[in-house]
Design a protein around this ligand. Structure first.
Ligand SMILES: Nc1nc2c(c(=O)[nH]1)N[C@H]1C(S)=C(S)[C@@H](COP(=O)(O)OP(=O)(O)OC[C@H]3O[C@@H](n4cnc5c(=O)[nH]c(N)nc54)[C@H](O)[C@@H]3O)O[C@H]1N2
Ligand SMILES: Nc1nc2c(c(=O)[nH]1)N[C@H]1C(S)=C(S)[C@@H](COP(=O)(O)OP(=O)(O)OC[C@H]3O[C@@H](n4cnc5c(=O)[nH]c(N)nc54)[C@H](O)[C@@H]3O)O[C@H]1N2
Ligand code: SF4
Ligand SMILES: [Mo]
Length: 717
């Protein structure tokens, strides 16, 4: 038995791991690596179970091909690639390149050599139909960067902040935002050095429990709440007037636009205390010299999400929460090194206003991608460019994409659906071909390199080699190679990170990883010399602005102003009598979206997906924990077992996504909250972001089970 050092690639935590490997070279167990300077020994239940993901019987070890009767037969990888290539070629010939599309999900984001391959293959086919989870996640942040303007040295960091405001995110569980390195410990350290934490969330989350100030509003009021915060800050003169004078183009327009959001009225509508709202404004604007306001999915999935995100960033702007000339740029980026960082605003043209448009709806590219809320319609609606073949790279769109019934109908309608996927997920079951990949300990990787300044506080990367072989006799694939093989077999050439790949003789995986680092100031060989991670030693400081290119923050461009007017029209409208509750999202501690659903240890830790309800509401509706309840929105309904949850405020119910099966099949216990969500109404402009939280719903008891299905997550914790 030996132990090898690596890191976890399930979520952005990237916790350091020590993997025990037996004499036969098989993975046995894993523990947190105390010497890892980032994660300091931390590991979560999903990380512990990562070995089980490799060894459990639910793992697919051979490519499968679906038969006309819906059953699957094992097929040789080579033959599967031949058949897939021939069918893709035929579809592209008959229907044009835009009939070929890709969807990348969470599983596809964490494979270094695979991450760039789906867009590269689509390019090779001449298709612009790249869909990912970005536009059903926090793409409001992309929209805001282009509408507001960017500041190359970045915002002040959590690590050096005197005050942090977290709106609609729960980093203590999600490992997203603020600090992804052992967040509970990092938060304790930050508080010990005096950090003030403000949390705004309808649920008293694990993060809220650590807050100096916690506001627990009704869901969906974030845009109005932040408008009121800006209102207070400007009225009290707590903003950074000098920074605004130099860098904001339209402060007067912002002040005029937030004038309608009187703090007392906003507090009343959101059901919070006005004094708390004022205290939050004061704490954020007046504590120390460094601070940061950040949002999670609770804001970016809500109603008015693009506006809410824009206002939160505008709050950072007026408080001058940016790295100034001469100051250290704590993480300028490393793998995707982004060059010099002048302390100035850069106004970029809005990419969605030129380039390809969605076939259905009026949406351009966001982050270089098509908007995922239109994917199902792009498959279902007849017309030129209709999607006929979809490569699903590490995603589970049948569960994850809003409007589940429509999405599943669309997946069933495809002429060709291919899933690169290790288990028989809901989406895999609908696929014509399932190609199971090597799992994390079987492949070399770097940590995820997208969004690196948000994930790593300093310039950082790390290399892990493959540590174990796939199970003997298995037919699992290298993810990158699937794409390369399809290109090769259809006579196309492929470029990866701007470099043409040799199409004869297969590239080495390490060559692809080295290409990933092509623009980094460090070579792969050098990174490999640092088994605990490479911390770039050269410091970078914010440069003086260039007067020729310096722009100004646009806090109220025309479309944002129009969204403010729409908000003014409806922010005080209470939910109707038909839908007296709000449904909100939450991340499950023992799953990564739907990942983990097949693993015995995670099923034991969280056997089902409870409908969390406030005890007062339950008493009023005569519901007890374990009762089956139905949640219904104007769009659809989902059932689950009620679970009392004292952290929720009254009239709010919450459930995780990623659970359940295909609609009308195997859905006795719980379904997907995406049944509740429409992609035909309530969409944001630009990114077509659906309303995925703060959904008006009603709740009713269905029946009382004599034996509840299992302990809830909270009881197990
Ligand atoms: N209602 C509602 N819907 C939501 C959300 C919500 O909050 N509420 N959240 C949204 C968000 S933020 C996201 S990111 C999406 C997630 O949407 P998806 O990414 O589509 O869904 P996941 O369940 O994360 O699917 C990941 C898949 O990758 C597979 N996988 C695991 N390891 C590997 C690997 O090594 N390689 C490959 N190729 N595959 C692997 C898993 O088995 C799983 O099937 O869901 C979105 N949908
Ligand atoms: N354990 C675990 N970790 C994960 C994931 C997982 O599935 N499991 N998923 C990963 C993914 S894909 C992502 S994108 C990140 C997301 O990371 P986060 O954004 O931190 O996601 P959540 O933990 O769901 O936090 C969302 C919070 O928003 C609150 N909320 C809901 N509606 C509203 C609202 O209207 N207003 C306000 N102010 N708050 C609201 C919810 O109560 C919840 O606390 O997490 C990642 N990490
Ligand atoms: S927190 Fe994320 S990276 Fe760390 S062990 Fe858990 S799943 Fe892996
Ligand atoms: Mo996500």
């Amino acid at each position: 038995m030996r132990e090898e050092r690596t890191f976890c690639r399930i979520c952005t935590g990237h916790c350091g791991l020590l993997l025990a490997i037996d004499e036969d070279g098989a993975p046995v167990s894993v523990r947190g690596d105390r010497e890892d300077p980032r994660s300091l020994g931390y590991i979560c239940s999903k990380g512990v179970t990562s070995v089980q993901a490799h060894t459990d019987g639910s793992r697919l070890l051979h490519p499968l091909k679906r038969q006309p009767d819906g059953s699957f037969v094992q097929i040789d990888l080579d033959q599967a690639l031949d058949e897939i290539s021939a069918r893709m070629e035929a579809i592209a010939r008959k229907n044009g390149p835009d009939a070929i599309a890709g969807y990348r999900g969470t599983g596809g984001f964490f494979t270094t050599s695979g991450l760039g391959m789906l867009p590269a293959l689509l390019d090779a086919f001449g298709s612009h139909k790249l869909y990912t989870t970005l536009t059903i996640d926090q793409s409001a942040k992309v929209v805001t960067a282009y509408r507001l303007g960017i500041w190359p040295p970045g915002k002040q960091s959590f690590q050096s902040a005197d005050v942090a405001m977290m709106i609609g995110g729960n980093p203590m569980v999600s490992m997203a935002q603020l600090d992804t390195r052992n967040p509970v410990k990092r938060m304790a350290e930050a508080k010990a050095r005096g950090l003030k934490l403000i949390v705004i969330d309808p649920r008293q989350t694990e993060t809220a429990a650590l807050a100096d100030l916690f506001l627990q509003p009704l869901p969906g009021h974030d845009a109005a709440i932040v408008a009121a915060l800006i209102h207070i800050v400007l009225e009290e003169g707590w903003h950074d007037a000098a920074f605004c004078a130099d860098h904001v183009g339209d402060l007067d327009e912002l002040q005029a636009a937030v004038a309608s959001f009187a703090p007392d009225q906003v507090a009343r509508a959101a059901q919070i205390v006005e004094a708390d709202l004022r205290a939050a404004a004061r704490m954020f604007a007046r504590t120390g010299t460094r601070g940061i306001a950040v949002t999670g999915t609770g804001v970016d999935m809500g109603p008015h999400s693009n506006l809410a995100e824009h206002l939160v960033e505008s709050l950072n702007v007026i408080c001058g929460r940016f790295v100034r000339e001469g100051e250290l740029v704590e993480n300028p980026g490393l793998v995707l090194n982004a060059g010099p960082k002048p302390a100035q605003v850069v106004n970029l043209p809005r990419p969605w206003e030129s380039g390809p448009q969605s076939r259905i709806g009026d949406y351009g590219l966001v982050g270089g991608e098509m908007v995922t809320a239109m994917l199902a319609d792009d498959i279902l609606r007849p017309g030129p460019g209709r999607v006929r073949a979809l490569i699903n790279h590490g995603g589970n769109p049948a569960l994850a994409v809003p409007d589940q019934r429509k999405m599943v109908e669309a997946l069933r309608d495809l002429d060709l659906l291919i899933s690169i996927e290790p288990v028989l997920s809901a989406t895999a079951r609908l696929s014509h071909y399932i190609l199971p990949p090597k799992l994390q300990f079987e492949r070399p990787d770097l940590p995820i390199y997208l969004f690196e300044p948000n994930i790593f506080p300093t310039p950082y990367t790390r290399y892990t080699p493959a540590l174990v072989d796939p199970p003997a006799g298995s037919g699992v694939c290298d993810e990158w190679k699937v794409f390369w093989e399809i290109a090769r077999r259809t006579g196309r050439s492929m470029a990866y990170m701007g470099t043409a790949l040799a199409m004869d003789g297969s590239p080495e995986e390490d060559h692809l990883i080295a290409l990933t680092l092509a623009n980094a100031p460090v070579s792969l060989d050098e990174v490999k010399r640092h088994p605990l991670g490479y911390y770039h030693p050269n410091l970078q400081y914010a440069l003086p602005p260039d007067p020729a290119t310096a722009g100004r923050f646009a806090t109220m461009p025309r479309d944002v102003a129009a969204e403010m007017k729409a908000l003014v029209r409806d922010w005080q409208t209470p939910t109707g009598e038909d839908f007296p509750f709000h449904f909100i999202n939450r991340r499950a501690r023992h799953r990564m979206n739907s990942m983990g659903a097949t693993l015995p240890d995670l099923i034991k830790a969280m056997p089902h997906n409870p409908v969390h309800m406030c005890p007062e509401d339950m008493a009023r509706l005569e519901i007890i924990s374990g009762d089956r309840v139905e949640i219904a929105s104007a769009h659809g309904a989902v059932t689950g077992q009620a679970q009392a949850d004292g952290t929720l405020r009254p009239s709010v119910v919450s459930m995780s996504h990623g659970f359940g099966g295909l609609p009308d099949e195997d859905m006795d216990d719980a379904g997907s909250p995406n049944l509740l969500i429409s992609t035909d109404s309530d969409l944001q402009t630009i990114n077509a972001m659906p309303r995925m939280t703060a959904i008006p719903v009603r709740v009713r008891r269905l029946d009382r089970l004599s034996t509840p299905i299992g302990k809830s997550e909270d009881q197990a914790a």
